[in-house]
Design a protein around this ligand. Sequence first.
Ligand code: CA
Length: 393
Amino acid sequence: MTLPYGIFSTSDSDKRVGVRLDHQILDLEMVGRLGFFDDMAVDPAVFKKPVLNEFMALGKPVCGAVRHRLIELLTHPEKPLDTFAELVLIPAEHATLHLPIRVGDYTDFYASEEHASNVGRMFRPQGDPLLPNWKHLPVAYHGRASSIVVSGTPIKRPNGQTLGPDQQPVFGPSNALDFELELGIVIGKSSRLGEPVSIHEAESYVFGIVLFNDWSARDIQRWEYQPLGPFLGKNFASSVSPWVVPLEALEPFRTDGPKQEPTPLPYLQPAGRSYFDIEMEAVLQTPDYPTEVILSRTNTRYLYWSVGQLIAHHTVNGCNLNVGDLLATGTISGPSPHSYGSLLELSWNGTRPLSLPDGSSRTFLQDGDMVILRGWAGNRQIDLGEVSGHIIR
Ligand code: CA
């Protein structure tokens, strides 16, 4: 069972923690008030909060026990929650979903070899696709937490400075607005400043995962990014899915990662089975043709750097993690062109426009376009749901 956690409200209740069950949401505060958590160190008030942070901060033993209890209640032949269905179950269509995390710090990695190589081939055609450091450390930049929004939030096309056709800077709306298909890692435990998190303990800091769309304005990015990396081309918005899937739900879907050559330094070894077999897709809906067009199908197992390696590297200098931090993997691209996780790659920097069934074509996103990312594992036994957003002017 996926049993993802999220934050919802209804016309007669404030924001609170819920667990998604197909077409219904389980109200955890109400489950707790009915006494189902009485033998555990869980005050039901921790679920009457506008974000998951306080619940996550209880730690894995407690959060894991809550998940275990929910599985017991939902699979017990006597269906103990059925008696209280009117109190504890809310039809999903009656609920509004909210940003599930109060995000402290947000870091975006660049952990897909295919994505980094594709970008290298486009932006530095004369050199090696990968820069010399890429296979020695998981490259990342510190992103902006304030502009992280929940799925469904409209994305306003950013204005900015770009390089015009005569190689002079011009100001105006981005003409190269893109999505990036990524996985977000939600940190559920704080570490101490000055104390690195070892790769062996790294996963104990992960509460769960979300789908993540790191909207990107390629024309702004291309002009601004040297020498300090992305800034206004990225920080206008990033979208997350409303449901956080606990790491425990993904245990059956662990997989081996790629062979890492050259062998990374000892603090990044071993990568272990800290990779997951999660199918992901990106689809486009245009305003004139509401049927979805699949842009990309990929898988998180294509990542070069593991979840554990991202955390070990992030903290090796003593940088601390806090509950609610979000680490994103970077765009996840696979080996085939149909598995590229951004329009930059799918249209090869705008040189190969994509033909759409409505007769139009796309290099980058137009106003009114909706991008939806989805993720699942196995035969959809584990469902990450979706993250959507549409472009407005
Ligand atoms: Ca990114």
